[in-house]
Ligand binder design. Structure first.
Ligand code: ADP
Ligand code: MG
Length: 714
């Protein structure tokens, strides 16, 4: 199965007949037709029929097969038009060449929604695109909805609906639950389903969307937000069709109190046009997506199994939660390794209260009970008894929000594992259990499966899940910040005086100045003599910069001279630049600013999510250190401050180790203003960046000395 592809061969909004069915009906059809139905499990249509019948779908099943009167004991029909009533859903696994006519026929017969497994559409070159366009056309004309093509169908356990040909459905029963999954990839959907089922985690609904020619990921996400049976939503996505729609859905999920976890590929895709601006390369599409998710409280797992496990725990233990991680282990080594990894992932270890410690002390060998707790070393039979008690007391501590039990091999392994698991469940906090041994832990594993307790086979897996649950808790604890327009910003119409194309530096600084960003005092000079003249007027020392459209990064080619303090020095430096750099458009003479730190503030427009603003450690270190933070624009002052404070360099800005505190307020102000400028530019913004913003001591301000940008034509 090829990766699903997004393509323009999809339904244009507005230009369509009224949809015949809604998503609720598609997930809970009263009747299903299977085109290409067969008894043979060697065929798609046979496997789908088998899944439907075997898992007890209670609605009508209409096998469609020209040559058969019965399939798997159900009356078959020669054509979909011959079925006794138009089915809510038809599933099609017919060859590509036969597909479009089949869909047309289904639409004419009044089918509500066609689920198209067939591949060979937009993902398969120009011919496929043409075929997909025909499909889209049928949907638009008739109001029949389409899922796919190139999808794997749906699994809705509580409706006994397994509309899917995958082998993972060759099980006794479907695994029902309250987590829903929406996946662009079909193959991934079924493997996630299967892995979760093995973990004892069930689903409310699993949908694969394939090429999203009509119904797209967001149609399902939006529906599931309103679905009372869905308590958390997991999404696998390669590319959004409509970023703004996803963002609205994410905001709605937060309002509904439903965790939303999204695994998106393309993390490592390089930014666009990185030569021209740092912002473009530092705020690539994945970074922007990440920033939007942070803003909207969406958790971003890196692994599909982690995603579902975290969702499972978030549903089982609803927040809010605040606190650290408590670790319990059968070995000091296991506890130590876990404690290191927990800290490395940025999680805090809980500090146990005196009362917890007083209760634990008499039970443990270690003289003082400190987190992590080492359970080992006690002689039986006492240790059998203490395992449950220690677990209960430890995880009940008020500073413990998350628990981790690392089960190394120990005497009475199965019994103790079970006692620990039962006590962990009773504490109503997300507690992960991880077994470290191999086959020796099979008995304990079985004991936990019997009580329906989820466990991991690697400590690392368990910690990643804890980290995701904690990420969710932190994100949702911060209310969404709504930005307020600072007073005295110019009317957005003032922007129409700036022409499209790359902005000359002087123009970029004028644009920034119009939005209240402090820019260095400077003068333009066409010749070395004029530069020397301008320097005298500006006051020494000055900075001399060569101006040329051909030069992007001036200091790389020696086009910046700092600290010139006489007319002669400026004149000489300018002549030298002119002779070395070839024809120039002139010079800029700038006041020389005493700098305590250099910061970059940039903005760019992302094709999916619109304007974003970025702040980071600036100057020439920017691309090397990549110490940057970004957020969708515009930002509130609080968000801008949070961005600045999230930088690794933040302690330097705040005055670490005897250094004077710098004017962080001025950085925040510049970030807010540039974010509004970016937002006001709307679709005209390509990118815009100040590098550096020279930051001075607290109360002395911050000044833009270099700026560049590019606008679209208005
Ligand atoms: P470019 O980024 O094109 O190389 P800049 O104008 O940013 O050129 O100058 C390069 C570096 O020179 C800046 O990062 C900063 O360290 C220093 N600099 C530039 N202008 C000034 C100024 N007016 N005052 C103090 N330092 C400056
Ligand atoms: Mg610069």
């Amino acid at each position: 199965m090829s990766a699903p592809v997004l393509h323009t061969a999809r339904l244009p909004a507005g230009a369509r007949a009224t949809p015949r069915v809604d998503v609720e009906r598609i997930l809970h059809p009263r009747s299903v037709a299977v085109l290409g139905a067969s008894d043979s499990k060697a065929k798609f249509g046979g496997r789908i029929m088998n899944s439907l019948v075997h898992h007890g779908f209670a609605g009508e099943i209409y096998p469609i097969n020209l040559h058969r009167s019965e399939v798997l004991g159900r009356k078959a029909y020669a054509s979909i038009g011959a079925a006794p009533a138009p089915p809510d859903v038809a599933i099609l696994a017919v060859p590509p060449a036969a597909l479009v006519p089949s869909v047309r026929e289904a639409a004419e017969a009044g089918v509500g929604c066609c689920v198209i497994i067939t591949t060979g559409f937009a993902e398969a070159g120009p011919e496929g695109v043409a075929r997909q366009t025909e499909l889209v056309d049928v949907a638009a004309r008739t109001g029949t909805r389409i899922i796919g093509p190139n999808c794997m169908g749906l699994i809705v356990p509580h409706h006994h609906l397994a509309l899917c040909s995958s082998v993972v459905l060759d099980t006794d029963r479907l695994c029902d639950g309250t987590v829903s999954l929406v996946s662009q990839s079909g193959a991934l959907m079924v493997s996630i389903y299967d892995r979760a089922a093995t973990d004892g985690i069930g689903f409310r609904a699993c949908v694969s969307c394939g090429n999203q020619s009509d119904l797209e990921l967001c149609d399902f996400i939006e529906h599931l937000i309103g679905d009372p049976g869905t308590e958390a939503i997991c999404v696998y996505v390669e590319g959004w069709l409509d970023g703004a729609r996803f963002r609205r859905a994410a905001a709605a999920a937060r309002v509904a109190g439903k965790p939303l976890l999204v695994l998106k590929t393309g993390r490592t895709q390089a930014g666009v046009d990185s030569a021209r601006s740092h912002t473009a390369s530092l705020a690539g599409s994945f970074e922007v997506f990440q920033a939007v998710c942070r803003e909207e409280g969406v958790v971003l797992p890196r692994d599909p199994d982690d995603m579902v496990r975290a969702a499972h725990f978030l549903v089982r233990h609803r927040g809010p939660r605040r606190g650290g991680v408590a670790i319990l282990s059968g070995s000091g080594g296991g506890a130590g390794i876990a404690a290191d990894r927990v800290s490395e992932l940025g999680l805090r270890l809980a500090s146990l209260s005196p009362s917890t410690r007083a209760q634990l002390d008499p039970m443990l060998l270690a003289p003082q009970a400190l987190n992590p707790i080492d359970l080992g070393g006690r002689k039986p039979p006492e240790e059998v008894e203490i395992a449950g008690d220690v677990t209960r007391i430890l995880f009940a501590d008020p500073d413990v929000a998350y628990g981790l039990a690392v089960l190394t091999s120990m005497p009475f392994f199965a019994t103790r594992a079970r006692l620990i698991a039962e006590a962990a469940r009773a504490c109503d906090k997300p507690v992960m259990i991880a077994f470290t041994p191999g086959a020796a832990a099979n008995g304990p594993r079985q004991a936990l499966r019997e009580i329906g307790q989820f466990y991991c086979d690697r400590v690392e897996d368990a910690i990643r899940v804890i980290a995701l649950v904690a990420e969710h808790d932190t994100l949702r604890a911060t209310p969404p910040a709504r930005a307020e327009r600072p007073p005295a910003l110019p009317d957005a119409t003032a922007l129409s005086t700036f022409r499209g194309g790359p902005l000359a530096e002087a123009e970029a600084r004028r644009l920034l100045g119009a939005y209240g960003v402090t820019v260095a005092r400077e003068a333009r000079a066409p010749t070395p003599a004029a530069a020397a003249e301008a320097a005298a007027k500006l006051g020494y020392p000055v900075v001399l910069k060569a101006v040329s459209r051909a030069i992007v990064h001036k200091s790389d080619v020696g086009a910046v001279r700092l600290g010139l303090s006489s007319r002669e020095a400026v004149d000489l430096a300018a002549r030298e630049m002119a002779s070395r750099l070839g024809p120039l458009d002139g010079f800029t003479v700038q006041e020389m600013l005493a700098s305590e730190a250099e910061v970059i503030v940039g903005a760019r427009r992302d094709p999916q999510f619109g304007a974003v603003v970025l702040v980071g450690l600036g100057g020439i270190a920017v691309e090397i250190l990549k110490d940057v933070a970004l957020a969708p624009a515009p930002v509130s002052a609080a968000r801008a401050r949070a961005l600045v404070d999230s930088l690794a360099a933040a302690p330097l800005l705040h005055g670490a180790r005897g250094r004077p505190p710098l004017d962080v307020d001025a950085i925040v102000d510049a970030v807010v203003r540039i974010s509004w400028l970016a937002a006001d530019l709307g679709p005209r913004l390509v990118d815009l960046e100040v590098n550096p913003l020279i930051v001075r001591r607290a109360g002395e301000g911050a000044v833009a000395v270099d700026a560049r940008g590019r606008l679209e034509d208005s």
